[in-house]
Design a protein around this ligand. Structure first.
Ligand code: OGA
Ligand code: MN
Length: 294
């Protein structure tokens, strides 16, 4: 197994000479896990994985995450979620079409968010369809001292419903979106998460907030809180920033990332007649916390 840091980014690495269809020796897995913590995003090229093999590999990282969405599960294994714009014979989508179209960290609106997400690219579109990542530890380090002090120990309020989020736009490609977001606005609780998160394994602080899920700051008026959130989110769209990376998929790629370290988003830019299909698994995490540096 060879781990090579991405040449054109400050984080992320490519892993070569590893076959995910076979059991991985403990020593190799330990090295892979160390790389996951160090680089936050790992790309493993040329893998031809069945749904069961993907689940077996994902389980090495911890307990496998369940998918809330029961409609779009892989027929061979319920732990694999289909992200695709393909339409079934009944004229309905067979997978999630608009997954991750705004910057976010996966399931931060849950009490216990996913630690890791893994995507296996089965078919990439002929153009577009990249995924972007942002190193939120580096964003934390780049913050002006005043802003860093302002958010330390504060809680962001996270919610899944785009209807409660003035920064969100509801995609028109998904027929059930409006209905879904109405239901989640009614039924899901507002979740409080530390705005500065301490990584449970490396101890490194990061900004744990996103325009997709963070809609307010606990105990702060919007007049004060929204400009703070805007200032944090501006780092995600600063094209010159060294802590961003854009991943261009090839068929057979496996990309996994640490949701405790990075935000990500689907860039889009492909047509509905141009198929993009990924198989998604997650690893359950632990509750987010903030431990001030001594
Ligand atoms: C996800 C996600 C982005 C993409 O699967 O959690 O945000 O590019 N995907 O598909
Ligand atoms: Mn996501």
């Amino acid at each position: 197994m060879i781990v090579t840091p991405f040449a054109d980014a400050t984080f992320g690495a490519e892993v070569r000479e590893i076959d995910l269809t076979r059991p991985i020796a403990d020593a190799d897995f330990q090295a892979l896990y160390r790389a996951f913590l160090d680089f936050h995003v790992l790309a493993i090229r040329n893998q031809d994985l069945s749904a069961d093999q993907q689940v077996a590999f994902t389980r090495r990282f911890g307990s496998i995450g369940e998918h809330a969405n029961k409609r779009y599960r892989h027929p061979d294994n319920p732990y694999v979620l289909l992200l695709t714009n393909e339409i079934g014979r009944d004229g309905k989508p067979i997978g999630v079409i608009d997954a991750g179209d705004m910057w976010h960290s996966d399931s931060s609106h849950h009490a216990v968010p996913a630690k890791m997400t893994l995507l296996h690219s089965v078919r990439r579109p002929s153009r577009g369809g990249d995924t972007e990542f942002c190193d939120m530890h580096a964003v934390y380090e780049a913050l002006p001292d005043k802003l860093r002090a302002r958010i330390a120990g504060k809680l962001g309020i996270h919610h899944a419903s785009k209807l409660l989020n003035p920064r969100a736009i509801i995609s028109t490609s998904r027929p059930d979106a409006q209905e879904n977001y109405e239901e989640s606005a009614r039924e899901r609780p507002h979740m409080r998460q530390p705005l500065v998160r301490t990584h449970p394994e490396t101890g490194r602080p990061s900004v744990y907030a996103s325009p997709r899920f963070t809609i307010a700051i606990d105990g702060m008026d919007d007049a004060e809180a929204q400009p703070i959130l805007d200032a944090l989110f501006a780092y995600l769209t600063d094209r010159k920033a060294p802590y961003l990376l854009r991943y261009k998929w090839q068929d057979g790629d496996v990309v996994l990332w640490d949701n405790r370290s990075v935000n990500h988003r689907a860039v889009g830019g492909y047509g509905m007649d141009d198929i993009r299909r990924l198989h998604r698994t997650t690893v359950a995490g632990d509750a987010a916390f903030y431990r001030p540096a001594a």
